[in-house]
Ligand binder design. Structure first.
Ligand SMILES: [Zn+2]
Length: 240
């Protein structure tokens, strides 16, 4: 399984696995793209119920194994409802690692940082499908990432891979010409954000981080009341 959804997703996941004629006991590994609540929320419970292993990239390890620490540095609203607790990692992933899920079914790990420093994508050899987690920000979505240059490089890396099917956490599956199109749209969105931040700075940036965040949201025509510390970090990343 790639990522585990939020804590409340447990019955949905269990029912889905059972609808396939399988049971939770058949779940062997959960491969995590990164440590954020909507990707790890249900991992602890699934591990407890199924005995599966948790695999994740080492830079994300502490945030998965110590969720209180994650909350202290990344106070996502509703964090403790979304995340059902810390979970220990059984296997550390590394860039370019080949994981054999079955004899002829290989999944390759691809480091795609930017959204978070340790974010990875998984490329499934069969069907040439690429699971990208949150590596591709959709235009108009709340912009959440930590590193701008790395983010753009990851978009290029995903483009160069030329996968046939793109499976992003917050989007419908994409294929064919839709893939370069969504990657281009995401890159344009980042450039639009960069330009909004530059214009805000030129026209008098507030020294208060939340107010600065509101100024940028307003310029981007995004909902101003949604200004929060995560967006502050994203916009700050453009100034670092
Ligand atoms: Zn995320």
């Amino acid at each position: 399984m790639v990522d585990s959804g939020v804590s409340a997703a447990y019955p949905i996941i269990k029912n889905y696995i059972e609808s396939l004629g399988r049971s939770l006991n058949d779940l062997e590994n959960i491969l995590l793209t990164h440590s954020h609540p909507d990707h790890i929320g249900c991992a602890a419970k699934l591990k407890e119920k199924s005995g599966c292993q948790i695999w994740a990239h080492s830079p994300e390890r502490r945030m998965i194994e110590e969720t209180d620490l994650q909350f202290s540095v990344r106070p996502v609203p509703g964090f403790h409802t979304l995340v059902g607790g810390s979970v220990s990692i059984d296997q550390e992933l590394f860039n370019n690692q080949e994981i054999y899920l079955e004899e002829n079914l290989m999944m390759r790990v691809m480091h795609t940082p930017g959204h978070s420093a340790g974010s990875v994508s998984f490329r499934l050899s069969k069907d040439d499908a690429l699971f990208t987690g949150d590596a591709i920000l959709l235009p108009g979505e709340m912009p959440i990432y930590e590193q701008v240059d790395e983010y753009l490089l990851s978009l290029r890396k995903i483009d160069e891979v030329g996968a046939k099917i793109l499976l992003s956490a917050w989007d419908e599956p994409k294929s064919g010409a839709e893939i370069p199109s969504i990657l281009r749209a995401s890159k344009n969105y980042i450039e639009q954000i960069d330009s909004a931040i530059n214009t805000t700075c030129q026209n008098g940036k507030s020294d208060n981080p939340i107010d600065f965040c509101k100024q940028v949201l307003e310029r981007l025509k995004l909902p101003v009341p949604l200004a929060n510390p995560l967006l502050v970090k994203t916009f700050q990343a453009h100034l670092d």
